[in-house]
Design a protein around this ligand. Structure first.
Ligand SMILES: NC(=O)C1=CN([C@@H]2O[C@H](COP(=O)(O)OP(=O)(O)OC[C@H]3O[C@@H](n4cnc5c(N)ncnc54)[C@H](OP(=O)(O)O)[C@@H]3O)[C@@H](O)[C@H]2O)[C@@H](O)CC1
Ligand SMILES: [K+]
Length: 495
């Protein structure tokens, strides 16, 4: 159930369901019934105003109106546009509505305890303007609870962007599967509580559509997750390397190393300049430390082929030394996580980084928006939506891109992408990114493929923050991981 369908894919799901024998009006009846059920469960509601748009989203509104009136609610229905221009299923749904059809342009929110927003859903093709915009703005300003049908009208289902204006919903009822716009910001926030209703579309349509976008949830990556087995050996759980900056910036590598261990890497070695070695050696007994000042030291360390995953960037410094270190870390069978200074050291030289990535077995880069812009600014339009930007970047790099934020997107070069919705606001704290890079490296060390490791890392990071709660600092994140693992493994039946 992690699949997300963009509006085109959802339209195809509707079409396939119809081709396979379910009438469109049957789907619409179920959609409208699901909306009516949600309205009926709201407390203290007797007067409902339903705003219907000119397409099938409006059709769902007509169905909900009829069912709510049958249940005894006082329903007013207001249509945006001309009733005579309704077509297809929406026209059929409108015919069965026996009440008055008012003009949405004149709707007065004061008459309602609750408003159903059935103006626009998947068919939104442009920014709202004119009367449509005025009606949505009036609904938004009313302060009345709004139940959105499929999406808050004005929210783009593919991107979560607001096309002109949208009203905050208390609940949104969507159909069959969620859409990217339900998870991406600001769409996610505007939806309020999201419900997914079964309207009779068979799951088999997904075999035809093959959606490439997913919600970042355990079902997406759990089959590839390295759940330790009873007979396992620490070497089977991989040997990770964290490359550290010098004495005054070594804390970032320390956070990454701790996260790498907690994520389950069998062994973790920190490679650091001499001056930082004592601090690392004293920090955690489970860490190994080796001197690494420059690229030749790292090459020497990596002659041991068992060192399978390397994270570098946090606290490493921007410049030629870091570039050389990154270039020294590649090689057959190696997996890399590049973050922070490792990315900024390649600012404006995507080709240079892509060459490095091309010679590694798998690479995950974890830029925040600033680092992303410096690295991908030439190939990715800043105006594009977050999903498109992450996907375009992953393709250009030939590696997995984790575009961080409150709605982190993980994208693979083959077009797969996952959107996370579990990060709490207090996760935005100093050093949290270093921990994320370390978790992903720890999963890569255990043999998890790059896309799955990146997605799992992002999810675990968010869950660890939630498990700790407000007041979180980055140091708390690795320590919160065991509880998250326990729950995950229990749910997977592995504990
Ligand atoms: N049978 C099915 O397929 C099922 C569909 N279902 C439901 O249908 C919804 C999708 O229906 P849909 O495709 O008709 O699109 P919808 O969101 O109603 O909008 C299209 C209308 O809006 C107009 N319009 C667009 N943008 C505009 C703007 N900025 N400003 C002004 N007007 C604008 C556009 O006009 P046009 O672009 O053609 O000029 C057109 O008239 C989906 O979200 C779900 O709720 C469910 O019932 C399950 C079965
Ligand atoms: K809507």
């Amino acid at each position: 159930m992690t699949h997300l369908l963009d509006p085109q894919e959802m339209a195809r799901a509707d079409r396939l369901a119809m081709e396979w024998g379910t009438a469109g009006i049957t789907l619409m009846d179920k959609a409208g019934a699901a909306v009516a059920d949600v309205v009926a469960r709201r407390p203290l509601v007797t007067r409902v105003t339903i705003l219907c748009g000119p397409g099938n989203n409006g059709g769902d509104g007509f169905v909900a109106a009829r069912l709510l009136a049958q249940r005894g609610f006082r329903v007013r229905l207001a249509l945006l546009g001309d009733r005579g221009r309704l077509t297809g299923d929406a026209a059929q749904a409108a015919e069965r509505w026996r009440g008055a059809v008012e003009d949405a342009a004149a709707f007065d929110p004061e008459d309602a305890d609750l408003i159903v927003d059935a103006l626009f859903g998947a068919g939104l093709t442009r920014d709202l303007d004119g009367v449509a915009r005025a009606v949505v703005a009036r609904m938004a300003a009313s302060g009345k609870p709004v139940i959105a049908v499929d999406l808050p009208s004005g929210v783009d289902g593919a991107t979560g962007a607001v096309r002109g204006v949208a009203a905050q919903a208390v609940e949104t009822v969507t159909f069959f599967r969620r859409k990217p716009g339900h998870l991406l910001l600001p769409g996610r926030t505007l939806c309020g509580k999201l419900r997914v209703a079964d309207i009779g579309i068979p799951d088999l349509v997904l075999d035809e559509i093959r959606p490439k976008t997913s919600a970042n949830e355990p079902a997406l990556w759990l089959p590839a997750f390295p759940i330790p087995s009873a007979g396992g050996h620490k070497y089977a759980r991989g040997h990770a390397v964290v490359v550290s900056g010098g004495r005054w910036t070594a804390g970032a590598a320390r956070l990454a190393a701790r996260a790498c261990l907690r994520a389950g890497a069998g062994l973790v070695t920190v490679g650091a300049p001499e001056a930082a070695l004592p601090m690392h050696a004293a920090s955690y007994a489970a860490l190994m430390v080796r001197p690494v000042e420059e690229a030749s030291d790292l090459r020497h360390l990596l002659e041991d082929r068992r060192l399978s995953a390397i994270v570098m960037g946090p606290g490493l410094g921007v410049g030629a030394t870091t570039r050389d270190l990154v270039s020294a870390a590649t090689g057959a069978g190696r997996h890399l996580v590049l973050d922070a200074d490792a990315l900024t050291s390649f600012a404006g030289d995507l080709k240079g980084l892509a060459d490095v990535v091309g010679s590694a077995a798998g690479t995950v880069v974890t830029p925040h928006e600033g680092e992303f812009g410096r690295l991908f600014g030439d190939v990715v339009s800043a105006d594009a939506d977050k999903l498109t930007r992450a996907r375009t970047a992953a393709q250009a790099l030939g590696g997995v891109v984790v575009l961080k934020g409150a709605d982190t997107v993980v994208a693979a070069p083959d077009g797969r992408a996952a959107i996370a919705a579990n990060a709490p606001p207090y996760l935005a704290t100093a050093g949290a990114g270093d921990v994320l890079a370390g978790i992903i490296c720890g999963l890569l060390a255990q043999g998890m493929p790059a896309y799955e490791a990146a997605a799992a890392g992002v999810w675990l990071h968010g869950e660890a923050a939630r498990a700790f709660g407000p007041g979180l600092i980055a140091d708390d994140l690795p320590e919160a991981l065991p509880g998250v693992y326990r729950k995950l493994f229990e749910e997977a039946g592995a504990l």
